[in-house]
Design a binder for this molecule. Sequence first.
Ligand code: SAM
Length: 269
Amino acid sequence: MNPNQALWEKGDFTRIAATMRESGEALVASLGITPGLKVLDLGCGDGTTALPEARRGADVLGVDIARNLVEAATRRAQAEGLANCRFQQGDATNLSDLADRRFDLVVTIFGAMFAPKPFDVAKEMVRVTRPGGRIVMGNWIPNDPTLVAQILKISSAYSPPPPDGFISPMTWGVESNVTDRFAAAGVPGDRISFLKDTYIFNAPLRPTAFLAEFRTSYGPTMNAFDAAEQNGKSAELQKELEALFERQNTSRNGSTSIPATFLRVTVRV
Ligand SMILES: C[S@@+](CC[C@H](N)C(=O)[O-])C[C@H]1O[C@@H](n2cnc3c(N)ncnc32)[C@H](O)[C@@H]1O
């Protein structure tokens, strides 16, 4: 199986996504979605942003490489009776079953950044967007001091070295890389804008219990614990992540609320 698919099907990302709904809604509220807008939500997970897009009347296709998440998104949309929202499995590096210029808006929040071959991903996103349309990406930022960048940094320190030629997903959080990738897809730099934005993870759990969700449900953290266990270092990894979660938590009432900074990229095609 495609290792990227295996990584995301290994866990149950819905458990983490459940803590990201408010920020997903807020992000979608800022996109200026109008009824009938044709939206591709790429790396849609279980629909954190796709469902709010559909609630605003957009005609939404969600694409994700993980079959379990496509099923979860479909169930969530059906439960809400959202007929203008459907989901299918697909790979951001090759969207060959989607026609050129089909979408007004491509949204990919912490989604396409995780696909390999970033130049192919940029090319595919540009290809399926109509001229005058937009691409909006949310990308975690390498070495940022906030939650997700730190989880991924700590996790990678306990994981085996990646294979030769591996390009870190975090490279999408560097403006010059984003510009180069879209330039290669034919979009000049003056059509790309950048903004630092914030997602807030809200969980009705103490930080250590929230970390347990990552340990059992979030593919990259699960892999790090698997590798750490083989080296007898899982207690060390647990301690490092616990300190991170406790330090970043802003809630004082026994629950967890952790802000995380990301790079928001808007591309005018
Ligand atoms: C961190 S989750 C974010 C999900 C969703 N966008 C959200 O905001 O909750 C990353 C998602 O990207 C998907 N993904 C990873 N690589 C992909 C690829 N090559 N093509 C399509 N989806 C991919 C994963 O399956 C996963 O659902």
